[in-house]
Each structure stands twice: as C-alpha cells, then as structure tokens.
Design a protein around this ligand. Structure first.
Ligand code: NAD
Ligand code: TYD
Length: 342
C-alpha cells in the first residue's frame, strides 16, 4: 500500500462505514481518519467495532468548513471523499444541503487536500450523472453527463469540479461512478432497506409508478473493494465506472424481497411516481476490469439473501432509526403519495 494515512469522509454512513472497516483490514498499519458530521444518515453504531482501534481516528466535522477539513487532513497523504447528501427523494423535497455539502463541500475538500499536498484524492461519484438511458445503451466513462435530479446534478457538479482540478492544478484526483449499492447498514430510506424493514414490520412497500424502472445493483463490499483498487492502482485523472453487471426492475427486486420474507403481492402498494423518475440506469464497466482487474465477487442473489438476513437479525440497528424524525420524513414523503394513488 503506497499510502500511510487515509482520510475517508462520510465514514459513518452506509458505504463509508464498510470502507473504513475494509481499509483497517486490507492495509495493516495504515492510519484511517474518518471525517463525518453525523447527519441523520451518519451513525456511530455503524463502526462500533472499529472504535478502539489505534489506527482509527474519528473527527466530527463538516466538509463545508475549511478548518474541519484541514484538521481531518492533518498528516494524511490520501483522501477518499464520500461525505454527501445521498437520497434522491430528499433532494426533491429540499435541496439546499445537497448543494452546499455535495458541491461546496467537495470544493472545500479539494482545496484542503491541495494545501496539505495529498498524493491521491478519490471522489466517489455515481452512475446517476449519466441520467436515464434508453435500451440498449450502457454508459461508458465518455458518455455525456445528463443528471436529472437535484441530487444527481449536485454530484455531477462536484464530479466536474474534481476534473477541473486535475487539468488546472495538476491535482492527483481520480473518480469512480458506482451503480446502486445495497447491503448491511444502509439507511432505511433507500429501496432495499426500506422495503425489507417495512415487510419485517408487517407493513406495505411503496412501489413508485409502474415499478418497471431499472437499476444496476452492486453489493456494498464489492464497491468498497473497487474503491481500494482504484486508490492503489488507478490512473490519476481517470474515471472508472463500477457496477453489478446487469439491470433489474424495481418490481423484480420487490418480488425477491417478498419471497425472501414470505410475503405476497398484497404487501405491495403502488404509489404516485417520483417526479422526474429516471427510467433506466445502465453502466459499461469494461474499463475497470480491463485496466485494474476488478470485478464484483458477490452474486446478487446470495448478497440479497444475506442482506435480508442482516436486517432480520439487526432490529437493534434499524428500529431506533425508524422512530422520531424518520416518522415525520416518512409521512412527508409517502403520506400524500399513497393517497394520490388511490
Ligand atoms: P449515506 O447517506 O449513507 O452517508 C453519508 C455520510 O456523509 C453520513 O455519514 C453523513 O453523516 C455524512 N455527511 C453528510 N453531510 C456531511 C457534511 N457536510 N460533512 C461531513 N459529513 C457529512 O451515503 P452513502 O449511501 O453511504 O453514499 C456515500 C457516497 O457514495 C455519496 O457520495 C454518494 O453520492 C455515493 N454513492 C452512493 C451510492 C448508493 O447507492 N448509496 C451509489 C453511488 C455513489
Ligand atoms: P433509491 O434506493 O432511492 O435509489 P436511486 O433513486 O438513487 O436509484 O431507489 C431505487 C429505485 O427504487 C428507484 O427507481 C426508485 C424506486 N423506489 C420505489 O419504488 N419506492 C421507494 O419507496 C423508494 C425509496 C425507491
């Protein structure tokens, strides 16, 4: 491993917590600093097992604040920047934090990283930058960027900003664009954990529109392995797509979850569609396979079964989340939607 001390931002979130855990095991002796604000999506319980490790340091701070960024980057020679507002539906309800954290926060991290002189800066982008693709297209890294939600636009703005730092400042940045992740510790606002936990509670699952929107799903630890490989061996200035390999409709995901939890079709509630709902995401991931030899190692079916099992046995993790402010969010997001569909 060519780095001594990595700063991971957003390390108390879903993907970030898996990445911190992976970094501590994959790179023995390497120090890991986690910069996280602990928003509604950040959760110290996600990394309870790493807390006392001498190589691990947690800094509670805001990527929008230069002083916090510099404090976290003290002594670091690499950055993996994940901290973001990450949920499309929330960006439709209110997008201020998406703009400040995702765009300005990335700018602050870039500036702080330049000051400190890090040797690698990996920006974790998303396939949503390509927008909705018609069959049979799959976006490679040259495909035009056509974001269609406030979330996607904020990620695209930051993605482009990172690219300008490479060309303008000769800054050693790289970018990954991943498809939809799933796995343990995912906040129950995204499709899979929301549906699994609703079904475990004996509630219905709100399927948007006709349920035929297509997403490519990747197991979270496969994504984290890819981030590690790109940090270790990726070419500076390059973008790497990464995904699970094929698209599935939301209805297919829903049917698998229903089967996995012994529920029937009556548990589905078709609700009003998401405004501007992207119909289909599809990625061409040949480049990362060809150049870096990465490919996902988990089968979708086995990973989904393991994920269902994790939520079944970890009520202690998600039940406290699905109370309080979450209830208000759920009502705001789904209350009128369900009524409109009937
Ligand atoms: P998440 O919402 O689970 O976690 C985000 C983390 O960032 C939280 O711990 C939160 O506290 C922290 N954070 C938010 N605002 C912050 C701020 N201003 N300062 C410091 N920390 C802050 O997100 P996730 O699903 O783990 O996604 C992580 C990254 O990966 C994001 O950049 C997201 O755009 C990207 N991504 C996610 C997916 C996916 O399917 N989840 C797919 C592709 C790319
Ligand atoms: P989501 O997990 O929010 O990820 P993204 O919007 O970033 O792809 O949604 C995945 C798909 O599931 C998307 O097509 C929207 C759909 N969806 C529902 O049908 N119902 C829901 O309650 C949610 C949260 C998502």
């Amino acid at each position: 491993m060519p780095f001594q001390h990595i700063c991971i931002t957003g390390g108390l979130g879903f993907i970030g917590s898996h990445l911190v855990r992976l970094a501590l095991t994959r790179w023995p002796g390497v120090r890991v600093t986690n910069l996280d604000l602990i928003t509604y999506a950040g959760n110290e319980a996600n990394l309870a097992d790493c807390c006392g490790r001498p190589e691990y340091r947690f800094v509670r701070g805001d990527v929008r604040k230069p002083a916090d960024a510099l404090a976290a980057l003290d002594g670091c020679d690499a950055v993996i920047h994940l901290a973001a507002e990450s949920h499309v539906d929330r960006s439709i309800l209110a997008s201020d934090d998406f703009m400040t954290t995702n765009i300005l926060g990335t700018h602050v991290m870039l500036e702080a990283a330049r000051k400190v002189g890090v040797r690698r800066f990996l920006y974790v982008s998303t396939d949503e930058v390509y927008g909705s693709l018609p069959e049979p297209l799959a976006a490679d890294e040259q495909y035009p960027l056509r974001p269609r939600s406030p979330y996607a636009a904020s990620k695209t703005a930051a993605d482009l900003l990172v690219q300008t730092y490479v060309t303008t400042h000769d800054f050693p940045a790289l970018i990954t664009r991943s498809s939809n992740n799933f796995g343990p510790y995912q906040y129950p606002e995204k499709l899979i954990p929301l549906f699994v936990t609703n079904l475990l509670e004996g509630r219905k699952v709100p399927l948007y529109g006709d349920g035929l929107n297509v997403r490519d799903w990747i197991y979270v630890t496969d994504h984290c392995e890819a981030l590690a490989v790109v940090l270790e061996r990726g070419r500076v200035g390059e973008v790497y797509n990464l995904g699970g390999g094929r698209g599935r409709t939301n209805r297919e995901i829903c049917d698998r979850l229903l089967a996995g939890l012994g529920k029937g079709e009556s548990s589905i509630e078709y609700v009003a569609d998401r405004p501007g709902h992207d119909r289909r995401y599809a990625l061409n991931c040949d480049k990362i396979g060809r150049e870096l030899g990465w490919q996902p190692t988990h089968s979708f079916e086995q990973a989904l079964t393991a994920t269902i099992e994790w939520y079944r046995t970890r009520r202690d993790w998600w039940e406290p989340i699905k109370s309080g402010a979450y209830k208000a969010y759920y009502e705001q997001q789904y209350g009128s939607r369900a009524k409109r569909s009937s």
